[in-house]
Design a protein. Sequence first.
Length: 151
Amino acid sequence: MSMQKVKLGLVGLGNIGRTHIHNIKSMEQIELVGVCDTVQERADRFAAECSTKAYYSHLELFEQSGLEAVIIAVPHYSHPAIASDAFERGIHVLCEKPLAVHVNDAKLTIDAYAEAKEKFPDLVFGMMFQERTLPYLKKSRKWLAAVNWGS
């Protein structure tokens, strides 16, 4: 029995967006239904490379592509607004760190998620904190765990 593909959109095609594109291409269970960037040439280039549609506004991506989930990989200050717009539409969100530049914006985003969960109970929100897998951090964690810190 084959698993149904998740319809995914990607907002932000800078350095980390390119990394996501590379990884998405290797995932059989993902259908990339659209890429979005405010730089039209970049969006067009990545869309052609991925055989998908280019969008220049995250709202157009959300409204027109039929996506179920979105990766947000734009500059930090835009994370809260884009995530909140996704939540309002019942779109699952995986957001690059940090959630927000200002703590009040982070709280508003979390509140928007909580509110959306009432309407969309299965809604998923995740943040990426990929540094924990870096070799020097793994080694530091191992070293700290091995040290006898006393009683």
